[in-house]
Design a protein around this ligand. Structure first.
Ligand SMILES: [Zn+2]
Length: 101
């Protein structure tokens, strides 16, 4: 499965920016003046996002590798779409009620 880092490395400028924005939604501390993202948490949540999307796609798509690619693509599209919202929160964080900003 693709990682957030792979997405960043392979993506165009819009994708890179969306990945950075997603990382910024996962601060290392609750101190809002800290700017360093918690990439481990962001990575984990990106993987979880793909799994959630895959779960919903499972019945319609029996080919696993094609399904994973579709889910990865959908997750990247989701980051790109969320990125245009100025104060969005990571859907996985919202689900787990962590990093309430
Ligand atoms: Zn998150």
């Amino acid at each position: 499965m693709i990682t957030l880092h792979d997405v960043y490395e392979q993506g165009n400028d819009a994708v890179k920016e969306a990945v950075r924005a997603f990382g910024a939604r996962h601060p290392l501390t609750t101190d809002t003046s800290a700017t360093e993202p918690d990439w481990k948490a962001a990575e984990k949540h990106f993987t979880h996002l793909i799994e959630v999307i895959m779960g919903t796609a499972a019945p319609a798509q029996p080919d696993t590798s094609a399904m994973i690619r579709l889910a990865e693509n959908a997750a990247v599209q989701l980051l790109l779409a969320l990125h245009t919202q100025p104060h969005y929160r990571c859907p996985i964080c919202v689900k787990r009620r962590r990093y309430q900003l």
